[in-house]
Structure formats: C-alpha cells, structure tokens
Design a protein around this ligand. Sequence first.
Ligand code: 13P
Length: 268
Amino acid sequence: MAVTQGKSGGRTPLIAGNWKMNLDHLQAIAFVQKLAWSLKDARFDFDDVEVAVFPPFTDLRSVQTLISADKLLLKFGAQDVSAHDSGAYTGEVSGAFLSALDCNYVIVGHSERRTLHLETDEQVGAKALAAIKHGLVPVICVGETADDLAEHGPSAVPVAQLTAALENVAEGADIVVAYEPVWAIGSGQAATPEQAEQVAAALRDVVRSRLGDEAGAKTRVLYGGSVKAANIASFMRQPNVDGALVGGASIQVEEFASICRYKAHVGT
Ligand code: 13P
C-alpha cells in the first residue's frame, strides 16, 4: 500500500525532532546545516512535508540566526514554555521570548515533564494557552503508561489528558497534538500503526468536540515513540496520523533526514 500522499482536511504532514537535552549551540548549528544540506541534496519538498526541530533553549538563538541567514525552510520550536508572561519565575522561559526568537512551535506536556517535573494536566493546559497567546503553536503531548494501557486500553488516558489541556483553549485555535505512549518512548518498542491510528482518531474527535469541526479537520495529530526510518511509513499510511514526534532518531542527521523523506519509503 502506498503512503498516503496528502491528508484529508488539507493537513500538511509534520516531522518534528525533539532533541531533548542533547546538542549544545555549536553542535546545533552543525546539525541543522547538515540536515538542510541532506534534504536539499535529496530535492526534498518542504511544502509537501513540514520539518521542525526542537533544540534546547540555549540553542534557539543560534538556530534562528542560521535558518534566517541561510533562508532555510526548516521550522523550529522550544521544548517547554512558562505558563506566565514574565516576573519572579526563576528558570522559566516566557512565550513572549520564544516568539521574539521567531519560534513557530513549543512542545507542552511531554511525558518527561509530566513524570520528572510532576506537571499536571492543568499546568499543561495553562502552558498551551500561554503558547497560543504569544503566537506559538503548542504541540500538546499526551500518552498512556504501560499500566494505563493494561488497565484502560490505549485511548482513555490520552483522551482525558487532551480534554483537560483544551479546557480553556478557544474554538478554532491552531494546535498540534502528539500521541506518545510512555512505554514506547526510548524503548525501541513502537506502538503498532493500528494503535496509533485508533488513538489519533479518538484525539481528533476531542479536538473536534472542543475546538470545532474545522479545527478537528485541520489539526495535525502526530505519533511519537521509537519512530525510525524503518517504521515511519507504516505510521504515515494511517489516515489520522499526520506526522511524527521523533526523539532519539532526531539527533542522528541521516536517520532523521530519512524519516523526513518517508514518501520515498513506499513499500517498506
Ligand atoms: P524516542 O523517539 O526516542 O522514542 O522519543 C520519543 C519522544 O519522546 C519524542 O518527544
């Protein structure tokens, strides 16, 4: 079966690389240059598939400068944002600052933030609102643990997390949703494409019911968790999966470029 060439609702697929706490600003510059060259060499069409990188905060200014100076077609974003605009919040970074750096996106509610930093659904919702307020598109991450999966099946927890995160988000808002089963992150054991599709469809229904039909049709729902060049095409064949949020493989430049070029992997 061929990889779906376009998605319904006019959704442009998005391949997003979450670098996590890897690559300093000098390494980031070298990486982004190599990625851009590799994709250019392969005559990659950035209008057909959007590519975004999510470096650590300290890299963002360098990445912005490179992308702007070399007129690269890559998008970029941060891995977290404060729920607050400014003030006495030591260590936090305002969406206003990210916006001033021309960030397109910001990840909110990644499972590592939920688990290691005890972020609640309420805080994730507040961060999503802050992102939108500052003109950033939040990539709202949701996903179930292995225990949740055994107890409730795959959809219940991600659906509850997204419902909570969207509670105060206005109808029609521009968001991206990432379904990342916690047990699949960094484990080498990806969800099956069928599970990703089942949960992505349920998450799209949440977007539709909270943000309206148009938002339901246009919102990209990504899958994340052990995505590699070898399995990306199987996820992209699913009608409700519009891209991937890639961790480990996103800091290997040739592997990530190959994931971006998933349309060349038809039949894999
Ligand atoms: P891996 O691709 O390393 O499993 O990580 C997924 C992830 O957490 C992306 O945000």
